[in-house]
Write a protein that binds this ligand. Structure first.
Ligand SMILES: Cc1cc2nc3c(=O)[nH]c(=O)nc-3n(C[C@H](O)[C@H](O)[C@H](O)COP(=O)(O)OP(=O)(O)OC[C@H]3O[C@@H](n4cnc5c(N)ncnc54)[C@H](O)[C@@H]3O)c2cc1C
Length: 415
């Protein structure tokens, strides 16, 4: 029995855990279809649906190899949270990371996982070479799969075992957190992305306030990490939502208290510790990556509709920016994108909220996060990516029997 982190994807398919490359190759060569799982942190049906699931967390491989010219080979199935300290031991670090580091590197890059920063690309764009086990058990490298196709694959071309990535000397980040009025936040967001290495904000529904986060590289020593109060804040938001079912005034009063209790934060720590945190409250998520020039209008409409039609929603809306890249299936291919992420509690119905907002994102030319909920199929996706059919043609050539294919994935890549 396998289930993803959010619990919205489940299957009875047995999970196999090969520990050697030989065993992995034998497993791939057997005729049944298979999917590889990383940390199971995707919300979409991109792991379940085949006859077998392979978990490669126990595959014997060095975590990282020697660094050369700012690049290092890593075990692609290691978790980001293990790779960061291993890199730090050699004085190195990832250039950027997302909100969490529980994912495996392979899982993260396969869906174009990103952080925030207008000059900082998604993790997949940092890959400079790859080693896959192909559908017949053969080894494939960037000599066989062009890099721009190999960087983001949804696990459709083979099993990624090792990746060479760009790294930077390890660095400390200063995090500053402030509460701002929403109109001011929206008016200044482009300026904030231009002026800060990392900038993002969370709109807190029904408060008119946004929590802004800025990160800058500093030479200063680490300070004491602040207590992580995000979980408590989400619990209070839920409590206020529940109270609001009886009295709108009570919800407003609780939200006022919450925003008054939100204290500004100023903290210095090692980059990966500052960028990533733990997420203990389970949720479901949809995230669309928008062309920057349409983001302000789309956001205004998202907030308007949320407050008019979705009084049951209490999760903050997260807004980030990622630099453009050249990967064929990267949502950031061709230029920077502003990402808007909406969430519901994992145990609550998401469909009314997500279905109401998704058309706004799609009409604005947004591309969905591959690991987060969306309803697009080949018809729409092939129009969003100029090289989509090039990817699909190579996939057909490398895996003509569809070993890595499932019915859900076929809908994404086949007419
Ligand atoms: C709490 C939470 C926070 C998140 N924060 C962010 C964020 O800040 N930014 C962001 O962009 N996303 C975020 N995500 C989404 C997440 O990063 C992606 O869905 C990512 O793909 C999950 O990685 P994983 O290791 O769990 O991979 P899985 O979800 O297990 O797999 C993802 C895909 O990778 C494939 N795959 C895994 N290993 C291999 C391999 N060795 N070879 C080939 N294919 C492989 C799988 O088959 C699947 O198609 C978040 C998700 C959660 C639940």
């Amino acid at each position: 029995m396998w289930s993803n982190w959010a619990g919205n994807e489940n299957t009875n398919t047995a999970v196999m855990r090969p520990t050697t490359l030989d065993a992995l190759q034998r497993a791939v060569m057997s005729p049944q279809t298979l999917r590889v799982v990383g940390a199971g942190h995707s919300f979409t049906p991109i792991v379940a649906g085949a006859e077998r699931i392979l978990d490669l967390s126990q595959l014997e491989a060095p975590t990282i190899g020697a660094a050369e010219d700012g690049q290092v080979w890593v075990n692609a199935n290691a978790r980001l949270r293990d790779l960061s300290p291993a890199l730090a031991d050699r004085g190195l670090a990832f250039r950027n990371l997302g909100d969490i580091n529980t994912q495996s590197l392979a899982g993260a890059v396969s869906t174009a996982t990103h952080g925030t920063g207008s000059e900082l690309p998604c993790l997949a764009a940092e890959i400079t070479d790859v080693r896959f086990v192909g559908a017949s058990g053969e080894t494939l490298t960037s000599a066989d799969i062009p890099l721009d196709i190999a960087q983001v694959t949804l696990g459709l071309l083979g099993v990624l075992t090792e990746a060479r990535i760009n790294v930077v000397p390890k660095y400390n980040l200063r995090r500053q957190v402030t509460l701002t009025d929403l109109p001011e936040c929206l008016a200044n967001m482009h300026k904030n992305w231009a002026e800060n290495r990392n900038f993002e904000f969370f709109y807190i529904p029904f408060t008119g306030k946004a929590v802004e986060l800025r990160h800058s590289v500093v030479d200063a020593p680490e300070t004491k990490a602040p207590r992580d109060l995000d979980m408590l804040a989400v619990k209070v938001l839920k409590l206020a939502r529940n109270a609001g079912r009886f009295s709108g005034g009570l919800r407003s009063a609780l939200l006022r208290l919450l925003t008054m209790a939100q204290s500004d934060e100023d903290y210095v720590g090692e980059s990966w510790r500052v960028l990533c945190s733990d997420r203990h409250i389970r949720f479901k998520e949809m995230e669309y990556h928008l062309p920057p020039e349409v983001a302000s209008d789309v956001l205004a409409e998202v907030f308007r509709r949320l407050e008019r039609d979705h009084k049951d929603i209490y999760f903050p809306i997260e807004v980030r920016q990622t630099a453009g890249d050249t990967a064929c299936l990267s949502p950031f291919q061709g230029g920077p994108r502003i990402s808007v992420a909406i969430h519901t509690d994992a145990d609550e119905d998401h469909s009314r909220y997500f279905n109401a907002l998704e058309p706004l994102f799609v009409e604005a030319g947004g591309r969905p996060h591959w690991g987060k909920m969306h309803s697009l199929t080949y018809r729409e996706l092939s129009g969003l990516y100029p090289d989509f059919d090039r990817f699909c043609a190579l996939r057909e050539q490398l895996d003509p029997q569809g070993k890595f294919l499932t019915p859900a994935l076929s809908k994404l890549i086949q007419p």
